[in-house]
Ligand binder design. Structure first.
Ligand SMILES: Cc1ncc(COP(=O)(O)O)c(C=O)c1O
Length: 379
């Protein structure tokens, strides 16, 4: 796997020895928390607008997720919000790149350093993009990335960690020794899914395939993004702490070759869709944020999500659903995850209205026509 690590490291202006590979991004996050000795009685600050696997990893270790509201322009946390939540028990602050955008990251890292709090960048959406002229993911003590289906580049499912602060390298190596190897069946299934996606996925088949994949992965019939247990409980699934495989590496090396072109397409389409939203008085990404945005997805806020999704399906327009809940995809009863949704009005409101446009489309004009025809549905 050294070649893959070296290619990733190149993009981060780093060394291959600073990269560790995992079956999924969340597994890398868990490994980082564990290597930092985070456990019972510790608090970890995270955004109240994320994927449930983030609080899960914290809870699996016996620590407590402490949520922070997001800013309505960036959908990211701010230093001011974070400061309000820091206690003597805070051991780690997670700084998320959302949809390709990082914000206030240098300020948050500086604040955390003064307080001797570890910082981890959740860079699952940000690989290949940059923040203030440096690659996303190089600011915090460590960062984790995802290479799951819809991420900057894909290995089917997968993820990796970049360790900037080398003081915990040894601890991380020890933790990594516990990784189980994926089974032959899991690797085979993933290989088949990668091929099937390549040959079958297009705008006409998108919605049918998405629904089928989600159904099958929920039932545990195919390797999925999240197992049923991860969204119904906070007990660590038996098969969770797993290593990266050769099947993933092969696909990852192919993906990395195409990454620069893809980044350019995403940025071009993201800016085009955003300009349309701005011109029509809808919620849009502010111009001062463009330089730090890689537009993995372009968020749209809509009046009625079901109506908008139904129309998109009819028009064969791909739509993402990050994060249609504050701890996606959990929609009700957040008590297992110690989240009181009323405490975070912006994250709550945004998660009730958001959908996201794919920015890697080959036919951006069709998306613009769709938006034009459904302007009344957009907020
Ligand atoms: C913000 C965020 N963090 C973490 C993850 C977990 O990544 P992975 O699916 O590779 O475990 C995701 C997944 O989509 C995500 O959106």
């Amino acid at each position: 796997m050294e070649k893959f690590k070296a290619e990733i490291a190149k993009k981060l202006n780093a060394n291959a020895s600073q990269i560790s590979l995992y079956w999924k991004g969340r597994v890398g996050f868990y490994a980082l928390l564990k290597a930092n000795g985070i456990g019972k009685g510790d608090e970890v600050i995270i955004p109240a607008f994320t994927c449930v696997v983030v609080p899960n990893a914290i809870i699996y270790l016996g620590a407590k997720p402490v949520y922070v509201d997001v800013n309505k322009d960036t959908f990211n946390t701010t230093l001011n919000h974070i400061k309000e939540k820091v206690t003597t028990k805070t051991k780690c602050i997670v700084i998320q790149n959302t949809f390709g955008l990082s914000s206030e990251i240098e300020e948050i890292v500086e604040f955390a350093k003064e307080k001797e709090i570890v910082t981890i960048e959740d860079c699952t959406h940000g690989f290949g993009g940059s923040y203030n002229g440096k690659p996303n993911g190089v600011f915090a003590d460590a960062s984790f990335f995802s290479t799951q289906w819809n991420k900057p580049f894909s290995t089917g499912i997968g993820g990796f960690v970049f360790l900037k602060d080398k003081t915990i390298s040894q601890q991380l190596s020890l933790v990594n020794e516990e990784l189980a190897l994926p089974s032959f069946k899991e690797k085979l299934m993933l290989g088949i899914l990668i091929k099937a996606r390549k040959f079958l996925l297009n705008p006409t088949t998108y919605w049918t395939l998405l629904k089928t994949y989600r159904f099958l992965s929920k039932k545990g019939i195919v390797v999925g993004s999240s197992s049923g247990e991860e969204i119904t409980s906070v007990i660590m699934p038996k098969n969770y702490f797993k290593a990266f495989s050769k099947t993933q590496e092969k696909e990852g090396l192919r993906g990395l070759k195409k990454l620069d072109d893809l980044l350019e397409t995403r940025r071009k389409n993201g800016l085009l869709f955003n300009q349309f939203l701005k011109n029509n008085g809808k919620t849009y990404v502010k111009e001062e944020l463009y330089k730090n945005h890689s537009f993995l997805k372009l968020p749209v806020l809509v009046k009625d999500r079901e109506v908008f999704k139904f129309r998109a399906e009819k028009a064969s327009i791909n739509l993402g659903d990050w994060f249609v809940s504050m701890i996606h995809p959990i929609t009700k009863d957040f008590s297992n995850w110690e989240l009181d949704d009323k405490e975070f009005p912006i994250a709550k409101e945004v998660s009730e209205k958001i959908l996201n446009l794919d920015t890697d489309t080959k036919n951006p004009e069709k998306v613009i026509t769709f938006l034009q025809e459904n302007l009344n549905e957009i907020v």
